[in-house]
Design a protein around this ligand. Structure first.
Ligand SMILES: [Zn+2]
Length: 419
């Protein structure tokens, strides 16, 4: 018998936490935060009550709360090497920005790193009676699904996954096993993404057109993966202008170059970033803004980071363009910019004269790919839908019941199920 306790990430995006309880062992699947000020934590789980933690990928909504388990205990955690390296950067930044609100400090992050177990995809682990391995989730560098086998029960946790191949990640494959239970994300259960090839073409054409007319292009992008995907797209389409990379994306770029397994084609990636200029400091930044044709800088939702400096320099000039390349959470500066064309510059709501456009690049499976993934599963697994807004979780669970005739459940916080 295996018990699943849903402690976070139910009917919401943020704060994923699922406790897998077997006869002997207790494995925690992620312990993320819901980003914000202050970051919100999932339901309380005592460190002494678990045997280990597995982290699908580095995003804070999957990893941000894990240092909490290192205040007094020493439990092992499992992730790919890339994920553990990325976690160091992301959690450190979260602590820097929120130290006043957080129950842990840099010391706990260090203690956590001492307990890391780096796994390759397909490497088998046994924790008491819980057997598991990681499979490529195609979401961001290092991302993984967790494939478990416990007392004869087969359980899959997708974490965040993408079945569409991108420039830097391989796509997640539909597993062939007969599962008893599948826990699946549903971020885009209600939304189709555009066809990738055409999207890339439109994006690069828009950039070339701005640059050819003497303008500059600012691309606000997430520091992990999206910034690097954009550099790879530019390279693949033979864009030869002056490209700048700034912010936390630089440290992530170093990890991607140092750990070849973190990208789909390491050589192509190294070529793609070879001529990209990395900003070294403030003097460099001020000079570089004059030289650059394209600037890629976090944060992706324009909520801070070096992109704020570039917005101040570039946003009021109608020759320039600001191309947003990810989903914008309602209420963020990025969402407001798309809706109203206004942006806070020096604390003042300012009209943005630069061309603003949204390109729907995504690292999650869209509506049809999610359904295809579920249709492709063998056997008669129970499907638990998490990591989506209220409507997305409920929609996908209902679709599973109606279309696949399987037990589709969108759990609520604190719900427990037996597999
Ligand atoms: Zn993610």
């Amino acid at each position: 018998m295996v018990k699943l306790s849903f402690m976070g990430g139910t009917h919401q995006v943020g704060g994923n936490a699922i406790l897998v309880n077997s006869n002997q062992g207790k494995l925690l699947l992620e312990y993320g935060v819901k980003p914000g000020t202050p970051p919100e934590f999932p339901g309380h789980i005592r460190a002494k009550d678990i045997d280990g933690i597995v982290i699908g990928h580095a995003h804070l909504d999957h990893s941000g709360g894990v240092p909490l388990f290192y205040l007094s205990e020493k439990k092992p955690y499992f992730a790919t090497r890339t994920t553990s390296e990325l976690i160091k950067i992301l959690i450190k930044d979260m602590i820097k920005l929120n130290s006043y609100y957080l129950p842990f400090e840099y010391l706990e992050l260090e203690k956590m790193q001492q307990q890391r177990n780096d796994l390759n995809y397909g490497q088998k682990v046994k924790l008491k009676d819980i057997n598991f391995q990681l499979q490529d989730a195609g979401h961001i560098p290092g991302s993984a699904m967790v494939d478990m086998e416990i007392n004869g029960k087969k359980i899959l946790y997708t974490s965040d996954f993408n079945t569409t191949t991108t420039r830097i990640c391989n796509n997640a494959k539909i597993p062939r096993k007969k599962y008893d239970a599948v826990i699946i994300e549903s971020t885009y259960a209600l939304h189709e993404h555009p066809e990738r090839k055409q999207l890339e073409k439109d994006f690069v054409n828009e950039i070339k057109s701005t640059v050819n007319q003497g303008g500059k292009v600012l691309i606000p992008a997430f520091a992990v993966g999206r910034s690097h995907e954009m550099l790879s797209v530019l390279h693949a389409h033979k864009f030869d202008g002056y490209v700048l990379l700034d912010g936390m994306a630089r440290a992530v770029n170093k990890i991607m170059l140092d750990y070849p397994e973190s990208v789909k084609t390491p050589k192509t990636y190294a070529n793609a970033v070879r001529n990209v200029h990395e900003i070294r400091g403030w003097r460099d930044r001020r000079q570089a803004v004059r030289k650059a044709d394209v600037i890629v800088a976090p944060s992706g939702m324009l909520q801070g980071g070096t992109v704020m400096f570039y917005m101040e320099k570039l946003a009021t000039n109608p020759q320039n363009s600001v191309y947003i390349v990810s989903f914008q959470v309602p209420g963020t500066n990025g969402a407001k910019l798309l809706e109203t064309g206004m942006f806070p510059i020096k604390d003042r709501d300012t009209k943005v004269n630069a061309k603003v456009k949204h390109f729907d690049f995504s690292s999650h499976s869209g509506k049809t790919p999610l359904q295809k993934f579920l249709k492709g599963l063998k056997g008669k697994p129970d499907i638990y839908v998490v990591h989506g807004e209220e409507e997305s979780c409920d929609f996908l669970a209902e679709w599973v019941r109606d279309e696949l005739d399987l037990n589709g459940i969108a759990p609520n916080m604190g719900d427990e199920f037996t597999v």
